[in-house]
Ligand binder design. Structure first.
Ligand code: B12
Ligand code: SF4
Length: 476
């Protein structure tokens, strides 16, 4: 059929993961039982707020692609109900490994109504064969450039079954990102910006370097500055720089953030602790309004970081670097993974004193989530250490540290689980939350809210892990 005669509507869907940072459904589940309905709703709103919901940049990029006669809307399932009754000419769904089942269910609902479904996103790019039967069209790889072709083919009535972005798109020529498909008020902020893509590192538990490649691709500094200026006109709130490592190219970052100083924004991002050893760059971060950085500490044992190919943050330099970042007035969210291959039962004590010594403002103590498609997943499968069949990807969804998915190397599950739950029950208390907020170099209310959210979430994690331990014990 040729679709050129009438305006076509395309719906872009961001799927809510059933648990994890955006899984309010499971997060506030506890409250539903004991509290009155009003309290329930208030608590739910607080939790939603504390999740600092930001819009999906992927769908903002796609919805900014203009093809005459095609309009695009974003449905963010963290807030919206699926507009299944409305007439759509095509539905695009962003599939993350954590929400594959939900994404396929949504695809099937639309397809059963005759609406063609396009699947794209990290999971599709890594496992296209597993997605094929659930879609009419697959977009494999970063879709910045190919999306226009898809929309034009929709217009012509000649959609293909597959669009493959062979190489990685050149970010030096990306068109402006628009917020026109967003309901700005519902988000914590809509100022989400990516300055580079790709990651030069190869941590084996991560698939960014697989999806986006090892070569760092930059957007021109002047374009990022223009985008920040433009975004500021629509939304004065804080900026999230979504780069996996915003200091990956120090010269680029120093130039960019020095140029952002006059705009007087507040921003947060993700960086390596090496930043603490580069005073000029750190200074440009602080002067340009950086309020907080998430740093991946992973393990305090070098043998663990080596085992998982994380070579760029040796443990002995971490304390000094984190202290330097905090002294520059920037809060540190320190992300640990307990249970890596070199970790032993002495690790919880080390983590606790490390948090104390460095003054980390928001600690995150994760369990290793082996993501299908990563090096660690393949290795654990070959070592017989995965607790579910390796082709059951739904079992390896990203729950919030709520169950063990693999067997640790240096300890049994019967030892590991109590040691992890003991650690989180000591680190995440309302008392520590308040203490951390009071000593935070800036953004104190956000630090308090984040820590309080974690008091709640790690409580859920302990409940689920204890239940899993009970099940393991009753079987053995
Ligand atoms: C910001 C961020 C978040 C934010 C916003 C989520 C989002 N996806 O926008 C929040 C905090 C909510 C979040 C949550 C989670 N995240 Co996150 N997040 C990121 C981060 C740092 C940046 C995402 C981003 O904007 N990238 C830039 C855009 C442009 O790239 P993109 O999303 O890949 O989109 C491109 C293509 O994939 C494709 N595409 C994407 N969607 C679609 C849809 C269609 C129809 C088409 C055609 C194409 C297409 O085209 C886009 C343009 O090129 C990435 C790391 C990364 N480098 O991407 C991790 C990442 C996406 N997150 C990850 C994880 C694990 C999670 C959580 C499960 C964590 C948890 N335990 O709760 C949840 C799941 C949330 C969910 N509902 O899926 C993993 C996903 C791995 C995987 N294989 O799926 C990543 C890759 C990090 C990692 N180290 O592995 N996350
Ligand atoms: S964890 Fe961070 S540094 Fe390591 S490969 Fe992934 S994005 Fe790069």
């Amino acid at each position: 059929m040729n679709n050129t005669d009438r305006a076509l509507s395309v719906l872009l869907v961001f799927v809510q993961a059933s648990s994890g940072v955006d899984g309010t459904a499971s997060l506030d589940g506890n409250f539903k039982k004991g509290f009155s309905l009003l309290k329930d709703q208030v608590m739910s709103a607080v939790i939603k707020r504390a999740q600092f919901a930001i819009p999906p940049l992927s769908l903002m990029i796609l919805s900014s692609v203009e093809v005459s006669g095609v309009t695009q809307e974003i449905c963010d399932l963290r807030f919206d109900r699926l507009p299944i009754e409305k007439r759509w000419d095509m539905v695009g769904i962003s599939v993350q490994t954590g929400a594959v089942r939900q994404a396929f269910e949504i695809a099937s609902m639309f397809r059963s109504r005759g609406v063609p479904v396009v699947l794209g996103g990290p999971y599709v790019s890594i496992f296209p064969e597993r997605c094929r039967e659930h879609a009419d069209v697959l977009v494999i790889g970063e879709a910045d450039d190919v999306w226009k072709e898809v929309l034009e083919d929709l217009r012509r009535g000649s959609l293909r079954a597959e669009y493959l972005q062979g190489d990685f798109p050149d970010l030096s020529a990306s068109p402006p990102v628009s917020k026109s498909a967003l309901d700005i008020g519902r988000y914590f902020t809509t100022n989400v910006v990516q300055t580079t893509r790709g990651c030069p590192y190869s941590c084996d538990f991560c698939n960014v370097h697989i999806m986006n490649g090892h070569k760092l691709r930059h957007r021109p500094v002047r374009e990022v500055v223009r985008e920040v200026e433009r975004f500021l006109r629509e939304d004065k709130r804080i900026f999230f720089f979504l780069d996996d490592t915003v200091n990956a190219d120090e010269h680029y970052a120093e130039e960019l953030f020095s140029q952002l100083v006059p705009l007087k924004i507040r921003w947060v991002g993700q960086a390596t602790t090496l930043l603490g050893e580069h005073p000029r760059l750190l200074d440009s971060f602080a002067r340009s309004g950086c309020g907080a950085l998430l740093v991946g500490i992973e393990s305090l044992a070098d043998e663990s970081n080596r085992a998982h190919h994380k070579f760029h943050n040796p443990a002995e330099r971490q304390v000094r670097c984190i202290k330097a970042i905090r002294s520059a007035g920037i809060c540190v969210y320190g992300s640990f993974i307990f249970g890596l291959d070199g970790d032993t039962l002495s690790m919880p004590e080390r983590i606790e004193s490390f948090i104390e010594e460095t003054g980390i403002d928001v600690p995150g103590i994760n369990l290793l989530r082996p993501i299908p498609g990563t090096g660690v997943f393949t290795r654990l499968a070959s070592e017989g250490r995965l607790m579910h069949p390796s082709d059951d990807h739904d079992a390896f969804r990203f729950s919030w540290g709520q169950e063990m998915l693999y067997l640790p190397k240096q300890m049994s599950l019967e030892e590991f689980i109590p040691s992890y739950t003991g650690l989180t029950s000591r680190v995440f208390t309302p008392h520590h939350a308040l203490e951390r907020a009071l000593r935070a170099p800036t953004l104190r209310s956000a630090v308090l809210m984040f820590n309080m959210l974690y008091v709640h979430m790690y409580g859920l994690s302990r409940r689920d892990l204890r239940r899993q331990l009970g099940e393991i014990s009753s079987v053995s």
